[in-house]
Ligand binder design. Structure first.
Ligand SMILES: Cc1cc2nc3c(=O)[nH]c(=O)nc-3n(C[C@H](O)[C@H](O)[C@H](O)COP(=O)(O)OP(=O)(O)OC[C@H]3O[C@@H](n4cnc5c(N)ncnc54)[C@H](O)[C@@H]3O)c2cc1C
Ligand code: SF4
Length: 558
């Protein structure tokens, strides 16, 4: 029986594998590669399938990205000479606190060693995933892009047996079009969920199996990013710049990132922590505003914006990691939340967790086990250097949330130093509220005025969404599900000025007047699959479910 408790369609095709992996991000691909490596070492065959909702691998991947090569070094030790797209080493690291017209640079010497980007590489995580997919396929992994996984198959004892991909060719009203094709069931001895931050199936599993009863709520941020091509004389390959402070007010966490890499490419982005309080805050417009600061604008002038996108990221860290393994399956990567927030790095840990899960899966299959709990995986995670890294920074996000940026960053820095020098320190601060519960009422909040875009450095939202290459089959059921369709207008609008109009980075949600009535309009075709609405809606009334496979953004090099 599936989670939706619908009987399995009689005509549904069933494909059997030994391992099923949902999501072709760094976690899923590293797990697939490691499984095949282990099988090759033993001279045995092992069937591994990876399912990806994007039209191709990388199409839905959005990251900074400054990548710590620790996982690549372990997975594919020769990666530097194997044609990988990661070929800009970090040469300079700058961190500023900003005010409107200027800023102060933190001397690198005061930064805890783990914050240094020395030895890391700048690149596109999407491009890296495409390359990892090539390595996986060369080892015999079957990768199916364009297949959104919409359901989990549970066995008689509640164990995960596999997953079901979404039906294709269903019209908006639920009727079947001529092109209708039922989803496929893919079963495995073990299923790994590598959906990234706020994965839809992972969220369902966490709730259904109570995986977060001990860890408490996960925390999230929304990350917005643009890719620019800049004049050669301005390009400083290897330069990494991070800022905190302006344009966000002190109580709102977040900041900008700016990375020079490749052939005249520059990634500029902005993260807003989703525990922000002011319902009038607009993360997209804060990002546009941040780009006007002299310390950011000077890098962009004379350049051309070539891509845009947005994606949620996990921020809960060590204390928010849920139970990782359950009968028949496990959560890997940011579906579990291994992101190191002060470093804004999660891709290395996503890969490391995928590799540890793969090792536990392979050992279990080798001794004839199937669909039980992979206890060796959480045990390996607990004993790993990855967990030691996350433990060192575990109090930083709670300190930012409690004390704001200025004091919180100072206290967070002291806490990181203390945990670096005395790794046995045991104090762990809890996250207080889930992100949907942090908004203040609109009547008590101050509306924020944003300047109009200039079309040179700052842009409007629709021209931005155009640059994400987002495309959905229009005649399909809306994939943003409202549990109660009356809540946006009857509750969220009077209480919070319906914040979905502002937190969505793709203008999917609009409050419109039509025939004398106020309506909540959902422009689902614009959705860039960032999952922010699923996290931040104050009534927890919106559930993001995967639309037809292949729909969504088409990021080339994000
Ligand atoms: C703005 C921003 C900046 C960042 N900067 C950095 C950085 O500089 N360095 C760094 O190391 N990390 C950075 N990160 C974090 C990093 O991107 C993540 O830690 C990493 O991508 C997590 O990998 P993952 O494989 O777990 O998930 P993802 O990379 O999110 O991949 C998940 C994949 O699964 C697919 N998928 C999801 N659900 C389904 C489904 N139901 N069916 C089929 N397919 C599905 C998705 O389409 C996607 O391809 C940043 C993140 C953001 C948002
Ligand atoms: S609808 Fe939700 S998931 Fe889609 S872009 Fe908007 S906030 Fe992100």
């Amino acid at each position: 029986m599936s989670e939706t408790d619908e009987p399995q369609a009689a005509e549904r095709e069933i494909m059997e594998f030994e391992v099923v992996i949902v999501g072709a991000g760094p976690a899923g691909l590293a797990a697939a590669i490691r499984l095949k490596q282990l099988a090759a070492e033993k001279g045995r065959d092992l069937s591994v399938v990876v399912l990806e909702k994007g039209s191709e691998v990388g199409a839905h991947i959005l990251s900074g990205a400054v990548i710590d090569p620790v996982a690549l070094d372990r997975l594919l030790p020769g990666w530097r000479k194997m044609g990988s797209p990661l070929n800009t080493p970090v040469t300079e690291d700058r961190f500023y606190y900003l005010w409107k017209t200027g800023g102060v640079r933190f001397p690198n010497i005061f930064m805890p060693p783990l914050m240094s980007n020395h030895g890391c590489y700048i690149g596109s995580l999407g491009a890296l995933c495409r390359w990892l997919a090539e390595q996986a396929e060369a080892l015999g992994v079957e990768i199916y892009p364009g297949f959104a996984v919409t359901d989990v198959i549970f066995g008689a004892n509640g164990e995960v047996e596999g997953v079901i991909t979404g039906d294709m060719g269903v019209a908006r009203d639920g009727s079947h079009k001529d092109s209708y094709t039922p989803g496929i069931a893919l079963t495995g001895k073990y299923t790994l969920f590598a959906e990234g931050a706020r994965g839809s199936l992972s969220k369902m599993l966490i709730r259904k199996l109570g995986l977060d009863t001990e860890s408490g709520p996960q925390k999230f941020g929304i990350g917005l990013k643009e890719l620019w091509e800049v004049p050669a004389e301005k390009h400083k390959p290897g330069l990494v710049q991070h800022t905190m402070g302006w344009p966000l007010e002190d109580k709102t966490g977040g900041g900008s990132f700016l990375y020079h890499f490749g052939e005249r490419l520059l990634s500029v982005g902005f993260v807003v922590h989703l525990d922000y309080a002011n319902p009038y805050l607009n993360p997209f417009k804060e990002f546009q505003r941040a780009k006007t600061h002299p310390l950011i604008r000077s890098h962009l002038e004379g350049g051309k914006r070539i891509a845009y996108g947005a994606r949620a990221l996990t921020e809960g860290g060590y204390q928010a990691i849920p139970r990782l393994a359950f009968p028949g399956g496990a959560l890997i990567g940011c579906a579990a939340g291994f992101m190191n927030v002060p470093r804004i790095k999660g891709s290395h840990n996503a890969m490391l967790s995928g590799m540890m899960a793969a090792e536990a899966v392979f050992a279990a299959i080798e001794v004839g086990r199937a669909r039980d709990v992979l206890e060796a995986y959480p045990a390996a995670v607990q004993a790993s250097a990855m967990t030691a890294e996350l433990k060192k920074v575990r109090n930083v996000k709670p300190l930012w949330s409690r004390f704001g940026t200025r004091l919180g960053v100072m206290l967070g820095g002291i806490d990181m130093w203390l945990n670096t020098i005395f790794p046995f320190l045991g104090h762990t601060l809890k996250h207080k509220k889930p992100d949907y519960a942090t908004l203040t009422k609109a009547s008590e909040a101050k509306p924020i005025e944003y300047e109009k875009p200039d079309g040179v450095i700052t842009f409007d939202i629709l021209s931005s969404v155009f640059l994400s290459g987002t495309n959905h089959e229009e005649d399909q059921p809306v994939h943003l599900k409202l549990a109660d369709p009356s809540i946006p207008i009857e509750r969220n609008l009077p209480e919070y000025a319906e914040p979905a109009q502002r937190y969505c980075p793709a203008l999917v949600y609009e409050v419109v007047e039509q025939g004398g009535r106020t309506l909540f309009q959902i422009n689902a075709q614009n959705c860039v699959h960032c999952k922010t609405c699923d996290v931040k809606d104050p009534a927890q009334n919106i559930t993001w479910v995967p639309p037809e496979g292949g729909g969504g953004p088409n990021y080339a090099n994000m």
